[in-house]
Design a protein around this ligand. Structure first.
Ligand code: ATP
Ligand code: MG
Length: 451
């Protein structure tokens, strides 16, 4: 490795910032592995006389021999200069101006090097009194940019000028040692942006790395800081944590560090020492199945996942309401749905279109047990029937007994022809469900006669 090291004396993280250049012959990144669109952008910037680097997850994943999810680019060109180079460019972002270069559905994100946030003279960066960054749109040099990144393995830059890698924080070494390590003083960095705690967990699981000791130490202590993060951002993060293929493991690690409890306080009320509550069983089941679906290339729906995660807490609240106020379980569930969702969206802003689906899936749990007459046929026509049924099956696995019977009944019903279905419904008439309904009808008839 070419030891071309220097240290930037700029700020608190400076001691961690020492450039190490790895030449083209000394690393394994091949341009063939970089998307054509990202290459186009890199070459166009470079051709116009700017510095252009692939950075972040793209470099990290390529060095690990994995396929990057996206390719991010960093440059010394300003957003305005980038816009002049690309017709298909959109400038976005309030917190920090970024350029999006659009290639149909593929978007390449180009960011101008960011500078130090502590520079009071420029007055465009602000910190809250507990050290959290509020705004930070100061442009800077590449080594300042590196210093502001979160983990050492995320601060490696692939230079399109000479195909070398600029490693600013010994990321290559940590990559070899499989370590997630924050750049700079961990507590300071978490206070600046508490979401970094979630990112540490996410990368540890996704890359199968350990979290370096000093990086891990403050997390449990500082987990509470997540309460200061806007719920919309936490919603996005929670999807990345739970719906990127490693949801089950990520939940368990988040929970060990007390982070999951901050994102899902209502669910955490039902946590037990031996992970045995129905809520915990359901978390394992739904997150495992989400991971499985992603692996199989199937579609996943956040509403389904949240509906399942919150179901048993909902049941408990509904039972409580129903007993206290002597109202039917159906009405109690409707009311408890409001409570549970209101509480959940305070920490994680689940969008309205999803909360509507969550309610539908919950309501279906009650409606699926009412199958007599034409009801079963009508239920199957509903938009959310499939989601409702899939969830009933999961409940069956946990609850066994009647719920499992019901799930099996529906499975047979769906797989049968018209005649068998009709027979299945008729059979119900001779069982309790039909019996009760006949009784109700007879009672109504009598009542009508009497009046
Ligand atoms: P993924 O595979 O999930 O896309 P990534 O490392 O590319 O991983 P992004 O969220 O796409 O992660 O962010 C791109 C880069 O921006 C990161 O590699 C990191 O250098 C920097 N970054 C992102 N979020 C933060 C943050 N909260 N604090 C500091 N740096 C960050
Ligand atoms: Mg990325």
């Amino acid at each position: 490795m070419n030891k071309n090291e220097y240290t930037s004396g700029a700020s608190s993280a400076a001691s961690d910032i020492a450039l190490n250049i790895i030449t083209r012959q000394e690393h394994s990144i091949s341009r063939k592995k970089i998307s054509d669109n990202a290459l186009k952008v890199l070459y166009r910037l470079h051709g116009a006389g700017f510095d252009a680097f692939l950075v972040g997850g793209g470099v990290r994943d390529l060095l690990l021999g994995q396929n990057p999810k996206d390719f991010d680019i960093a440059t010394n060109a300003t957003p305005e200069q980038i816009r002049q180079l690309f017709k298909n460019c959109r400038l976005i972002g309030r917190r920090f101006r970024l350029a999006h270069i659009m290639f149909g559905r593929d978007i390449i994100e180009v960011a101008t090097f960011r500078g130090h946030h502590q520079e009071p003279s420029k007055n465009v960066s602000q910190q809250s009194k507990d050290g959290m960054l509020l705004r930070d749109n100061v442009y800077g040099s590449i080594d300042e940019d590196a210093e502001r990144r979160d983990f050492t393995v995320n601060a490696m830059y692939y230079n399109i000028g000479d195909y070398s890698i600029h490693d600013y924080a010994s990321g290559v070494e940590d990559l070899e040692d499989k370590l997630v390590r924050l750049i700079g003083d961990p507590e300071t960095r978490y206070r600046e942006d508490p979401v970094r705690m979630l990112r540490a967990i996410r990368f540890a699981v996704k890359l199968d790395f350990d979290i370096e000791e000093d990086t891990a130490e403050p997390i449990e202590r500082l987990a509470l800081l997540l309460q200061d993060i806007p719920a919309a951002r936490l919603y996005e993060e929670s999807l990345k944590m739970l719906q990127s293929g490693y949801g089950l493991e990520t939940y368990h690690l988040m929970r060990e560090y007390g982070l999951f409890q901050q994102l899902f306080p209502t669910i955490a009320e039902y946590f037990t020492d031996d992970y045995s509550s129905m809520t915990e069983q359901m978390l394992d089941l739904v997150l495992d199945s989400t991971d499985q679906r992603l692996e199989d290339g199937k579609r996943i729906n956040p509403a389904f996942m949240f509906a399942a995660m919150l179901w048993y807490p909902l049941q408990e609240k509904a039972k409580h309401i129903s007993e206290q106020r002597q109202i039917s379980m159906y009405d109690a569930i409707m009311e408890a749905s409001n409570h549970v969702l209101d509480e959940q969206v305070r920490s994680i802003a689940i969008p309205r279109r999803h909360t509507a689906t969550i309610r539908e899936i919950w309501q279906l749990q009650i409606r699926l047990s009412r199958r007599h007459g034409k009801r079963a046929f009508r239920l199957m026509e509903l938009n959310k029937f499939r989601a409702g049924f899939d969830f009933l099956e999961m409940r069956g696995e946990i609850e066994q007994g009647e719920t499992l019977e019901l799930a099996k009944w529906w499975e047979t019903f769906q797989n049968s022809g018209r005649n068998v279905r009709q027979a299945m419904v008729s059979d119900l008439d001779s069982s309790n469900e039909g019996h009760n309904n006949r009784r109700k009808r007879n009672y109504r008839k009598k009542k009508n006669k009497a009046s």
